[in-house]
Design a protein around this ligand. Structure first.
Ligand SMILES: Nc1ncnc2c1ncn2[C@@H]1O[C@H](COP(=O)(O)OP(=O)(O)OP(=O)(O)O)[C@@H](O)[C@H]1O
Length: 345
């Protein structure tokens, strides 16, 4: 079942007589219970698009459906109800600084219409869920960035939302803290069955938790699908650029000039296919020498994408045939120059 459906959504801003079309005719479906990612470079329209889901940004055109119900024109009490059923967390945490962690959460409970008698119990329950049971009386400034984001997540979950929107929720955090927050979000997604929409420009986040992903560029969704499929065989130049930035191998320049003669090639392949036998086979068939200089496997969810850098040497014509054969068997093929700079073919 679809938790979120966007149909031909447009958002235009008017700034000093100029129109900015931040979102241009975006249609996408987010299934109930999944983690859906939106990736793209800065200014692509990701935040604006996600803000249409809870109508923080009202579409200029198009429709927004939540659980099959068209909410595009909701106002007043109906709009407040929708906002309560959709939690949101931001890069900058957005906690109120001069009140305690507990008070920040009670704020959300009050807005959600909870009876006073349930506030204490619910606050404790939420803080326990995010692993901060002992922090109710602390102030946000006394917590680490990761802890502050945990409070923001607890607050966003206060009113039992069915959907959680995360806008660059880990971008202000270091790698280890990010991992903790991503694990927490995955747990919340699995145990509470909350659908998550997560914006990021970082592929290492995308590969860890997204089930499906949409790639945005200049207000449009240029590619979408299952995360592994999109990133293992990108179709659009923006996706290719995102993946390349993440997966490309930079050989240390000092070893490159010392390498023996031959062609240096970077290969990308779906890591579930056994690749080593193929290399041995090609080397034997074309009487070429193929040495593996670098091998790396990156997991997207449970599925791997492999990156290899090989040096192919031998008699020129046979080597050319070996390279052509290799190229026909991989997802990505790139000839590297000795200085480590690429020479795209
Ligand atoms: N309130 C606004 N008024 C005018 N223009 C806006 C407004 N909000 C966003 N924009 C413009 O819309 C475009 C998309 O912005 P948006 O923040 O949605 O992109 P983004 O992909 O989330 O970028 P980032 O990753 O940098 O946050 C940008 O050109 C931005 O300047």
């Amino acid at each position: 079942m679809k938790a979120i459906e966007l149909r031909d959504v447009e958002v235009a801003f008017h700034e000093r007589g100029r129109e900015v079309r931040a979102v241009r005719g975006v249609s996408l479906n987010v299934e109930q219970g999944e983690v859906f990612g939106i990736v793209g470079f800065s200014g692509a329209g990701k935040s604006t698009l996600v803000r249409t889901i809870n109508l923080l940004e009202r579409p200029t055109a198009g429709r927004v459906l939540i659980d099959g119900k068209d909410i595009t024109d909701a106002r007043g009490a109906a709009l407040r109800g929708i906002r309560r059923s959709i939690g949101m967390v931001f890069q900058g945490f957005n906690l109120v600084g001069n009140i305690t962690v507990g008070a920040n959460i009670r704020f959300a409970l009050k807005a959600g219409g909870w009876d006073l008698e349930h506030w204490a119990g619910r606050t404790e329950e939420l803080l326990r869920l995010v692993g901060l049971n002992d922090k109710a009386t602390s102030y946000p400034a006394d917590l680490s960035g990761g802890q502050q984001q945990r409070v923001a997540i607890a607050r966003a979950l206060a009113n039992n939302p069915r959907i959680l929107l995360c806008d660059e929720a880990t971008s202000a955090l270091d790698v280890e803290t990010t991992e903790g927050i991503l694990d927490l979000l995955r747990d919340i997604n699995r145990t509470l069955h909350i659908t998550i929409v997560f914006i990021t420009h970082q592929l290492d986040i995308a590969k860890r938790i997204f089930d499906h992903v949409a790639v945005m560029e200049e207000g449009r969704v240029v590619e979408q699908g299952a995360t592994f499929d999109v990133f293992s065989a990108p179709q659009h130049p923006t996706t290719t650029a995102l993946v390349s930035r993440y997966l490309d191998v930079a050989l240390p320049e000092q070893i490159a000039p010392d390498l023996p003669e031959g062609t240096l090639v970077e290969l990308k392949y779906r890591g579930d296919a056994a690749f080593e036998p193929l290399i041995t086979d090609i080397a034997r068939t074309y009487d070429a020498s193929i040495s593996v200089l670098h091998a790396n496997i990156e997991y997207f969810g449970t599925r791997p994408i492999g990156v290899l850098v090989v040096l192919v040497a031998g008699e020129a014509r046979r080597t050319g045939e070996a390279l052509a054969r290799l190229r026909s068997r991989v997802l990505g093929y790139r000839v590297l120059t000795r200085a480590g700079k690429d020479d795209r073919r």
